[in-house]
Design a protein around this ligand. Structure first.
Ligand code: DLL
Length: 434
């Protein structure tokens, strides 16, 4: 059986792979110059397309951060005529402003091919039935996987997230063999199916699970594989780099292959920003090599991992990263949704009845993430009749839900209860155990 969807590209010798990377990097820098943001940024750094003569020259290019994307919102990083853009996706920003990504038809085709390549690598074929249990919308987990799965010729069920009863019904009626699911929801589902007359999760007949969008451990993978009797594959990605399938686990299960014909990957020391060697743990930095609408150069993902360029036993030559080991910033992932503490602060500080202190607590209820926020009431309002407190609590919960897309349980506390000396980092208490 053929193991590769694109055997030529997937097994290229490193020197040939690097040749493609260099050509594409040069093109990417040229394209980046078409955007308002990079024209200014590269000009200031005195980097011109002709300065990129070897792959090593990428080091001359300054890094790009999420904050840069926020500042360039909405169109500052657009590198083509808006007419050529056929879709946008977005991800949470560090405050109220999201980060937006523009895609041309070429960009979506290239991404679709990477998803198809990844799913094929895991063993999925056109006879499989693929139930996509990730949210459809601006989030990339829905549409991103959808088109790649269709490209392989699978029957795709765009189930989106939530509603366990319907998910189970779809699996049973259409004999789903592959799911795209967050690991926390998969764990929950393993217990919950009992309530829908499924005695054993294995009875569902699932063969594959694609799991990503949030960090999880090897032990969680094993537990899910055991419970459902399937093979689970780790899928990594971020909206800024299209979304899922930037890197994907192969059957050798010894890391995730970064599709290096589409992304240039580096590992840096998050403090000194020095580029680190294979095997050294640091922050993953990615450059798009095949994107027209919005090229991004040396994007600091803030995800911590290690990288190896050694050829894999599966025969693929594309570098492998280890599963994500943590974050170099304070971003939280709650049920697959990214939330920055600063976004919560932003919402709270807009409400006059809220005092200056708050505390974020992350817990597990069963296998699901729960967000609790203790909010101090503003002293000025804390006198006499306090019957409006319930209304305030509901108002804050509503505002948080609308800003974060995550349900928060708000607990109002008297002024002075939360210690004011608390440093920024301690505003978050994460009681979850991955
Ligand atoms: O989560 C894209 C995605 C969708 C990946 C579906 C996989 C499956 P964002 O919402 O922009 O995009 O969040 C990106 O999520 O920087 C990581 O911190 C985290 N993340 C994504 N995949 C994994 C994974 C999507 N497999 C951020 N393991 C990234 C650990 C992951 N963390």
């Amino acid at each position: 059986m053929n193991m590769y969807l694109n055997s030529e590209l997937e097994t290229l010798e490193r020197k040939d792979l690097e040749k493609i990377q260099l050509e594409r990097l040069q093109k990417t820098v040229l394209r980046a110059y078409e955007s308002e943001f990079y024209r200014a940024r590269l000009h200031r750094a005195n980097v011109h397309p002709e300065d990129i003569q070897s792959i090593e020259d990428i080091k001359k290019i300054p890094f790009t951060t999420k904050d840069d994307l926020r500042k360039a919102y909405p169109y500052g990083m657009l590198a083509v005529d808006k007419k050529q853009i056929i879709r946008i996706h977005a991800s949470s920003g560090t405050t109220g402003t999201p980060t937006v990504i523009f895609h041309t038809r070429h960009d979506l085709d290239a991404w679709t091919e990477l998803v198809a390549r990844s799913l094929y690598m895991a063993g999925m074929r056109d006879s499989d039935v693929f139930q996509n249990m990730m949210t459809y919308g601006l989030f990339t987990g829905g549409l991103g996987l959808h088109y790649g799965a269709e490209q392989l010729g699978m029957m795709v069920i765009p189930a989106s997230s939530g509603n366990t009863r319907r998910q189970v019904q779809l699996m049973q009626d259409f004999h789903t063999t592959a799911v795209h699911i967050t690991p926390s929801y998969a764990l929950h589902l393993g217990d919950d199916v009992e309530n829908y007359n499924v005695k054993d999760p294995r009875d569902l007949g699932l063969k594959f699970a694609v799991m990503g969008a949030e960090p999880y451990s090897e032990a969680v993978t094993r537990k899910i594989e055991e419970r459902f009797g399937l093979a689970a594959f780790n899928c990594y990605g971020l909206s800024e780099m299209n979304g899922p399938a930037v890197a994907f686990e192969c059957p050798a299960k010894n890391g995730l292959h970064v599709w290096e014909d589409n992304y240039f990957a580096e590992i840096i020391d998050p403090v000194s920003t020095e580029v680190l060697g294979d095997g050294q743990k640091g922050e993953l930095v990615l450059t798009t090599l095949n994107r027209e609408g919005m090229p991004i150069l040396r994007y600091r993902t803030k995800d911590l991992t290690t990288m190896s360029r050694e050829k894999c036993s599966c025969g693929r030559t594309h570098a492998r990263i280890e599963r994500i080991l943590g974050r170099a910033d304070d971003m939280m992932i709650i049920g697959g949704v990214n939330v920055f503490p600063s976004q919560i602060e932003h919402v709270l500080m807009e409400i006059p009845e809220v005092g200056s202190n708050y505390q974020i607590i992350l817990r597990k209820k069963g296998y699901l993430d729960k967000l609790h926020v203790n909010v101090e009431i503003n002293e000025k309002f804390f006198a006499g009749d306090i019957s409006w407190l319930h209304t305030l609590q509901k108002k804050i919960e509503k505002e948080l839900k609308s800003a974060l897309l995550v349900t928060a349980t708000v607990n109002l506390v008297e002024p002075g209860v939360i210690p004011p000396s608390m440093g920024k980092a301690q505003r978050v208490v994460d009681e979850r155990n991955l």
